[in-house]
Design a protein around this ligand. Structure first.
Ligand code: ADP
Ligand code: MG
Length: 256
């Protein structure tokens, strides 16, 4: 049975997509059959996987509103080897259309049910908002991976997301829990980042992943080549960190 996780944080530019794409590729490399679901109309995870968002007849939008099935939407990342449910601007319309549909928060969950035995991992890349799309992600998943930068306001920003997760847990998805916080774009030379990182550890204990992703330019360059960083330059420090993170996830799954 597929283990389904959301990568979420209502802030933009915190490394959600980079985490999703690299974790998907690293899991696939580790022999785990992986599906990446792009739930962001920006389609960055789609492009970063080497799938051209401008050339798609059907996207995850069609899946969510019931105009297409999983097999009609699914593509394979040529560089990463994992499967992708791609997105583009079409998905922006789903936000409004979903409101009038039956089981509006559960559309993604229902659509993914058909693929439960086809994958070991499903990773959902959420948009930077607590919207109907993000709700669909949270309702489809057993847990949330939260990438975050170790900045001054990091903990404060987290409380909105944690409250949303609690509400979804209470009302819509009893399985949902926080799997862990992933420190990304980390710069160990900055004292403030070290302090925030230590704070996170004392506050959240083993909910903080041991793997730490450093700020690494190779990770930022990879999407323009349509490749996950772990494929583009697997010897780079950022790629190594995501491979360690994938191993950590596989290890944790055995215990959950
Ligand atoms: P989000 O999906 O949360 O909006 P992205 O994953 O798109 O965030 O990351 C925002 C920007 O930061 C992108 O340009 C990305 O390439 C860059 N980036 C992400 N992680 C790293 C990292 N570890 N080191 C350097 N740049 C990074
Ligand atoms: Mg993104």
């Amino acid at each position: 049975m597929a283990r389904i996780f959301c990568v979420a944080n209502q802030k933009g530019g915190v490394g959600k997509t980079t985490t999703c794409v690299n974790l998907a590729a690293a899991l696939q490399q580790a022999g785990q059959r992986t599906l990446l679901v792009d739930l962001d109309p920006q389609g960055n995870a789609t492009m970063g996987s080497g799938v051209d968002k401008r050339a798609l007849a059907r996207t995850v939008y069609h899946l969510l509103v019931g105009l297409a099935g999983l097999d009609e939407v699914s593509a394979t990342s040529p560089s990463g080897g994992y499967d992708v449910l791609p997105a583009n601007r079409d998905l922006a319309g789903a936000e409004v259309e979903l409101v009038d549909l039956a089981r509006r928060e559960h559309r993604l969950k229902d659509a993914l049910a058909a693929s439960a035995t086809q994958y070991d991992f499903v990773l959902i890349d959420c948009p930077p908002s607590l919207s109907m799309l993000t709700l669909n992600g949270l309702c489809a998943a057993e847990g949330v991976i939260i990438p975050m930068q170790c900045e001054y306001y990091a903990l404060e920003g987290l409380s909105d997301l944690v409250n949303t997760i609690k509400k979804v847990h209470a009302n819509l998805n009893r399985d949902l829990k926080i799997i862990g916080l992933l420190r990304v774009m980390f710069d160990p030379r900055m004292t403030l980042q070290q302090q925030v990182s230590a704070q996170l550890e004392s506050h959240f204990g083993d909910k903080v992943f041991r793997a730490i992703v450093p700020r690494n330019v190779r990770l930022a360059e990879a999407p323009s080549h349509g490749m996950p960083g772990v494929v583009f330059d697997k010897s780079a420090k950022g790629a190594q960190a995501y491979m360690a993170f994938a191993e950590e996830m596989i290890g944790r799954m055995k215990k959950l």
